[in-house]
Design a protein around this ligand. Structure first.
Ligand code: GCU
Length: 608
């Protein structure tokens, strides 16, 4: 039975194709923002999508004017129409709906958005794309009453070409549903708030008729004196000469695209100034085709492992990290802007970090761009979190789409050094098969970065103080990571004194989480739960205990800032917030912040 199940599963895996990829480096393209004030209609019974017999309007030849996406107006006073976009409430885009109206705070369901816009192309044969940074969770996009398509996944970009669909005045209507689904990625149960909405930028991208859609320009992982990568054109004039130029490095060379519009290259170069956290050097890279020019700021470095060591540009490095959710505590909502990225990553730099674990899903591009500028190495993750439906091929397809999309988006990011496949997923054969396939997909898309995942830990009855990390998943990844909560979910902090770990892999070990809750400003003795003193004591003891792990090469304690979670309802202390932040929801630094900061400063001064 098991063999048959595996064969079926693998056949289903092979059949899943990855979603069409989006244009990368959107911030350096010719764009027109559609951010700002949109109209909004709440629709818990999905009355704008189905008729009263639950027949979907968007699958009808003639959906009729009751469908919200037709953006119909009453033709005369006798017509019955039970919505009117022009008189509907307004909402800001980007931004989750939860923080924008009190009645939206806990809403999970369907919300409709509408934006009217006019657009004049700059050049006749140019093309126009509608690009969403992310929409959580399930979206259907309509332009002038016509369905452009759908997207599943709340944290990755998607786009539609609208070149031949633009009118003088356009009506863009977006259906958004953030209902949590058992077969989803993530599934129904998470420890973060399910912020729904158009949560990131919406832009129109104008490109030449044949344009540079995609490119990969990095150092050869096995030869730092060699550039390697490819350029991918999109358009009818596929065979073009391409010039790649890094002026400051005296690099300029040409290559030729093939009939599919693709050009692969390797180019010997003299030594570049490597990107490092201490010196986050970014080079201006100009990519010219005969019809397009794209400029990007790219850092060059190598990252690999050698036994227990993580080698950045050939030198062993210790990852002084912190975990971060994509949330601005002051807004009490999803982070989405450059200013939000500066706030969160500024705190991480203040803490003494050279690394951030962006939990538990791909963050917005400003976080990646800012990490490259500030010199913070990055762990990026797809929300394959907890009890995923491992046997469902649609669930795998969803996870593989999200992973391939974030790899495609950030593959030129020097700061991004780790793709994480999962977090705390219960061990089973279907789970191992699922993650093995996901690891192969990641390596096929990008063989220049490391793979990891927070894997499972267990103890044997005869030795409850020896924590064993023996997980099949460790064989698929480069860095063995795990979360440990000794002293919070498992005994009291004093338990750490006698704890030890058994991790039988000749690979780097990374503690992806440890921590404790504390209400900022609540002071008591170090055994009083949720006091700052308890959290500080746990940090002191954890830092000491974890250094007994021989292959330890980094950590990202949980978590930089308190964040909203419906799982945390202790009145007066949590009030719907997870309080494990080193910083409170009003920006207050707790005692433990300074404990970790002192440790990181001492680590930074060590010579590896
Ligand atoms: C888990 C999980 C986090 C969660 C944390 C906690 O390890 O990975 O997402 O928030 O523990 O319980 O606070």
């Amino acid at each position: 039975m098991r063999v048959l199940q595996t064969i079926l599963f693998l056949l289903l895996f092979i059949s899943t194709s990855t979603q069409a990829q989006s244009i990368i480096n959107v911030h350096d393209r010719t764009t027109t923002s559609l951010n700002g004030t949109w109209k909004v209609l709440i629709d818990p019974y999905e009355n704008g999508l189905y008729n009263y017999r639950l027949q979907p309007f968007d699958e009808m030849e003639n959906p009729g004017r009751a469908a919200y996406f037709t953006d119909s107006k009453q033709r005369d006073k006798t017509e019955l129409l039970e919505y009117d976009w022009d008189t509907s409430p307004t909402i800001q885009v980007p931004g989750d709906w939860s923080h924008q109206k009190d009645e939206f705070k806990w809403y999970e369901g369907t919300m409709w958005y509408r934006k009217k816009f006019s657009y004049q192309k700059q050049e006749g044969n140019n093309r126009v794309f509608l690009h969403f940074g992310a929409v959580n969770y399930y979206s259907k996009v309509f332009l002038n009453g016509e369905k452009l398509g759908e997207n599943i996944g709340g944290f990755t970009p998607f786009q539609f070409e609208i070149t031949d669909k633009l009118k003088e005045e356009n009506s863009l209507v977006v259906y958004v549903n953030n209902n949590r689904k058992p077969e989803g990625i993530p599934t129904v149960n998470t420890d973060w708030f399910n912020y729904g909405g158009i949560t990131r930028d919406v832009v129109l991208i104008e490109t030449p008729g044949t344009f540079i859609e995609d490119y990969f320009v990095q150092l050869n992982p096995d030869n730092a004196r060699e550039l390697t990568g490819y350029i991918q054109l999109n358009g009818v004039v596929s065979d073009q000469e391409i010039t790649i130029e890094i002026p400051e490095a005296g690099v300029k060379f040409t290559t030729q695209t093939n009939t599919e519009g693709k050009a692969e290259f390797t180019k010997k170069i003299k030594k570049l100034r490597y990107w490092t956290p201490e010196d986050p050097k970014l080079y201006t890279v100009n990519i010219h085709s005969e019809t397009d020019l794209v400029t990007d700021q790219i850092g060059f470095r190598t990252i690999k492992t050698d036994g227990p060591d993580i080698l950045l540009n050939g030198k062993s490095v210790f990852l002084r990290g912190i975990s971060i959710h994509e949330e601005n505590p002051y807004r009490v909502g999803r982070a989405y802007s450059e200013a939000d990225a500066e706030l969160l990553l500024g705190w991480a730099k203040d803490l003494g970090c050279n690394f951030v674990r962006l939990a538990h899903y791909p963050h917005n591009e400003y976080m990646i761009e800012k990490a490259n500028e500030l010199g913070l190495m990055v762990w990026e993750e797809v929300p394959v979190y907890w009890t995923i439906h491992w046997n469902n091929p649609d669930t795998y397809k969803n996870a593989s789409n999200q992973l391939s999309t974030v790899i495609n988006r950030d593959k030129n990011s020097a700061a991004t050094i780790i793709w994480s496949l999962a977090n705390e997923t219960p061990v089973s054969d279907p789970r191992n098969d699922f993650l093995f396939e996901l690891s192969k997909l990641a390596r096929s898309l990008d063989n220049t970065r490391l793979l990891s995942a927070a894997m499972e830990v267990h103890t044997e009855p005869d030795n409850p103080l020896e924590f064993i990390v023996e997980d099949k998943l460790a064989e698929f990844v480069d860095i063995v990571a795990f979360n440990e909560y000794i002293g919070w979910y498992n005994g009291l902090p004093s338990k750490l004194e006698n704890s030890s770990w058994k991790i039988p892999y000749d690979k780097p070990v990374f503690i992806s989480e440890f921590g404790a809750g504390a209400k900022a400003g609540f002071h008591a003795d170090s055994l009083t739960r949720f006091s700052e003193e308890y959290q500080a004591d746990l940090y002191k003891r954890s830092i000491t205990a974890l250094q007994s792990i021989e292959n330890l090469r980094g950590m990202s304690p949980w978590i930089l800032v308190d964040f909203r979670s419906p799982r945390r309802q202790l009145t007066g202390i949590q009030d719907g917030w997870n309080r494990k932040g080193l910083i409170g929801d009003q920006g207050e630094k707790k005692q433990a912040f300074y404990i970790l900061q002192e440790f990181y400063r001492s680590k930074a001064s060590e010579k590896h």
